[in-house]
Design a protein around this ligand. Structure first.
Ligand code: SF4
Length: 344
C-alpha cells in the first residue's frame, strides 16, 4: 500500500477513537467521524482553542439542531443523472465518491454524505449519455466527498471518458492537499501532465479556512505542483463562526494562501446546514467582516464572497456595496427574488 493510502487507512473513525486520542468525552454523534491519525496529531498539538480542533473534532451540539437544511444548496433539484448536478449552463458537478480525507463538521453536504443520499449512487453510463446530449457543458467539476481520495487509476478512467465526450475544462475541489498532502505524489503529477494536453485547463481548488492549516508539507507539495504541472491553483474558504470570523484572521489566511502560490477564489458565506448551524453567522456580520477585509488586503488578493441561495438557485454575491444591512431577499442570476431567512 502506498504512503497516502496507509495514512488514510490509519484513521480515527468513531467518537470512542476520538475520545481515546484526544481525551474528549463525546457520546454518540449522529454524523460520521473520520480523522487520519497523521492530521489528528496536528490537531492535538494545536489544542482545543485552535481552528483545527473547532473544524474537525465533533461537537455534541451537532445532534441537537432543529434549524438548518438537509440539502442547503439544492443539489437534488439539479441532479440530472446519479452523481451529476447540472446547475449552471456550461458546467456540471460530478460526485464520484462519498469518501473524504477528513470529516469537516460544518460540511454543506453533511447530511447527504452521512445518510448516503441516492444522489451518490454510481451510474456512469447515464452521466456520459447526459454529457453527450448536452454539449453546452464545457467544464466538469469533480466534487464529492473528495475526488482526490480516488486512486489514480479511477481518476484516469474518468478523465479519459470526459476527454472523449469533448469536455474542455476539468476542476477538482479538494481538501486532500491540506489533510493528506502526500497523496499529491509523483504518480499524481504524472497523471495531471498526461491529461494537460487533453483539456484546456485543469484546476485544483484547495479548500482551506485558516492559515493554521498550511503546514510545511502542504507548502512543499503545492510548490512542487506549481513547478511541475500546468494546474491552475485556486482556493475556496468558508466563513465560519468562531474559526475565521474576523478580518485579521482572513487577511492572514489570504496572504498565507498567496505565499504558497495559490490564488484565493471563493469565500463562501456558511450554508444553512442541519448539524452545522453552530458555525453559522448572519449576513450583516459577514458583510461587515468582508468590508474590513477590503481595507486590509489588496484587491487582487480578495476572493469572491458568495452565498448559495437555498433551494438550488445558485451562487450570488454576499456583499452588497449599497448596504451592510440585509433586506431579507436575494436576487439570483435570472433576476428572480428569493426570501432568505438570516438565522444566527
Ligand atoms: S472534505 Fe469537503 S465534502 Fe468532505 S466533509 Fe470536508 S467539506 Fe465536506
Amino acid at each position: 500500500m502506498i504512503q497516502w493510502q496507509q495514512e488514510f487507512k490509519n484513521s480515527l473513525r468513531t467518537p470512542n477513537d476520538i475520545n481515546a486520542f484526544f481525551g474528549t468525552d463525546l457520546k454518540d454523534i449522529e454524523y460520521n467521524s473520520f480523522i487520519p491519525k497523521s492530521f489528528a496529531q496536528k490537531i492535538k498539538e494545536a489544542g482545543p482553542q485552535s481552528s483545527l480542533w473547532k473544524q474537525f473534532i465533533p461537537a455534541q451540539q451537532e445532534n441537537e439542531q432543529i434549524d438548518g437544511m438537509y440539502d442547503p444548496i439544492g443539489d437534488t433539484t439539479h441532479a440530472k443523472a446519479k452523481q451529476l448536478i447540472h446547475r449552471y449552463k456550461n458546467r456540471a458537478l460530478f460526485l464520484p465518491t462519498t469518501v473524504c480525507p477528513i470529516i469537516c463538521r460544518y460540511c454543506f453536504r453533511k447530511n447527504e454524505l452521512t445518510f448516503k443520499d441516492d444522489l451518490f449512487k454510481a451510474d456512469f453510463q447515464n452521466t456520459i449519455q447526459y454529457l453527450k446530449d448536452h454539449p453546452e457543458i464545457e467544464e466538469i467539476i469533480f466534487s464529492g466527498g473528495d475526488p482526490l481520495i480516488l486512486s489514480d487509476e479511477k481518476l484516469r478512467e474518468y478523465l479519459e471518458a470526459f476527454a472523449n465526450v469533448g469536455i474542455k475544462c476539468i476542476r477538482f475541489h479538494s481538501r486532500v492537499p491540506i489533510i493528506i498532502p502526500s497523496r499529491l505524489n509523483e504518480n499524481f503529477i504524472q497523471l495531471i501532465n498526461e491529461f494537460s494536453s487533453k483539456f484546456q485547463t485543469i484546476t485544483l481548488v484547495t479548500h482551506l479556512n485558516h492559515s493554521e492549516e498550511i503546514s510545511t508539507e502542504v507548502e512543499a507539495v503545492i510548490t512542487k505542483l506549481k513547478k511541475e504541472t500546468n494546474l491552475l491553483l485556486l482556493s475556496q474558504s468558508v466563513l465560519l463562526k468562531d474559526v475565521n470570523d474576523n478580518s485579521d484572521t482572513l487577511a492572514d489566511l489570504f496572504w498565507a494562501i498567496h505565499k504558497i502560490g495559490i490564488r484565493p477564489y471563493y469565500l463562501h458565506h456558511p450554508d444553512l446546514v442541519k448539524g452545522g448551524m453552530h458555525f453559522h453567522l448572519d449576513l450583516e456580520t459577514g458583510r461587515k467582516i468582508f468590508l474590513q477585509l477590503r481595507d486590509k488586503i489588496p484587491g487582487w488578493l480578495i476572493p469572491h464572497y458568495i452565498l448559495d441561495i437555498p433551494g438550488g438557485h445558485g451562487k450570488t454575491p454576499a456583499f452588497n456595496p449599497e448596504s451592510l444591512e440585509f433586506s431579507g431577499t436575494l436576487i439570483d442570476r435570472y433576476n428572480k427574488i428569493h426570501r432568505y431567512k438570516n438565522m444566527q
